[in-house]
Design a protein around this ligand. Structure first.
Ligand code: G3P
Ligand code: CA
Length: 250
């Protein structure tokens, strides 16, 4: 199985710490990642953004406003400027270099790439270079993106990468065996919003050689049982302790 956790247990469900243990600690901070690992997450999920001076950092939004005490677009700030901000509990926004330096090959990474607002690919080569520089084993890395162009670029840079194609509702609505067979040439898995998943869709995807990882918005306890019933292969969780406890019981 392409996404089987290198350092996780053999349990079937992959526990992916969404922005770290983001229900427990401020998202995308070291306490959030540390807590996730302590709580049994198989992977820490990292959203990437790029600063004005070209550094990859961990942040979901394009602006710093929601998660820090600053305001403005990440792409307009240097790393030095960004590092002055408080991302919660006095923590700074971690750069990808810092994350890889801190955890090295002791954890599994599930990293999301994004295009620039102008639709340009801006992070794929830098990301692969950083992973290489930090000697992160390839079987401990999953790369995900909503951007098909990014997934294609990553595959072209290294066909051995484990890639996850995130799909928007419109794309999910149009999924069929042909589209899945096409996706399967580059990706091992698709990531889909829990609210639009159902049992037959999960079956269709898996029957075409892809795994399914579900993400959600809001209280995950409202979704988890349903997702397990549908047989998804992994879940992005804001509270890995909760999800890991359920996964253990299966
Ligand atoms: O990467 C899976 C999930 O995180 C996608 O949603 O918006 O939280 O990045 P988002
Ligand atoms: Ca994400």
């Amino acid at each position: 199985v392409g996404t089987e956790a290198a350092k996780g247990t053999n349990k079937e469900l992959l526990v992916i710490a969404h922005r770290g243990a983001s229900a427990v600690e401020p998202e995308h901070t070291f306490p959030a990642y540390d807590q996730a690992l302590e709580d049994g997450a198989d992977y820490i999920e990292i959203d990437l953004r790029k600063t004005a001076d070209g550094e990859l950092i961990a942040m979901h939004d394009d602006r710093v406003d929601r998660t820090t005490d600053g305001e403005g677009l990440v792409e307009n700030m240097t790393l030095k400027e960004l590092k002055t901000l408080d991302a919660g509990e006095g923590q700074s926004v971690p750069s990808l270099k810092e994350i890889l330096g801190r955890y090295g090959d002791s954890v599994n990474y599930y990293i999301e790439t994004r295009e620039s607002d102008e639709g340009e690919l801006i992070m794929e080569e830098d990301l692969l270079q950083l992973l290489k520089q930090h000697r992160i084993p390839q079987n401990q890395v999953i790369l995900q993106s909503f951007s098909k162009a990014s997934i294609n670029a990553l595959h072209d840079l290294d066909p051995a990468l484990t890639l996850v194609q995130l799909l928007k509702k419109k794309e999910v609505d149009q999924l069929d065996a042909d589209k899945l067979q096409d996706l399967q040439k580059k990706a091992v898995c698709v990531g889909i919003y829990a609210g639009i998943l159902d049992e037959s869709l999960v079956y269709l995807i898996q029957a075409n050689g892809l795994e399914v990882h579900a993400y959600y918005r809001g209280d995950e306890r409202e979704w988890t049982e349903e997702m397990l019933h549908y047989g998804v292969d992994g879940i992005f969780s804001d509270n890995p302790a909760y999800l890991a406890s359920i996964a253990e019981k299966r």
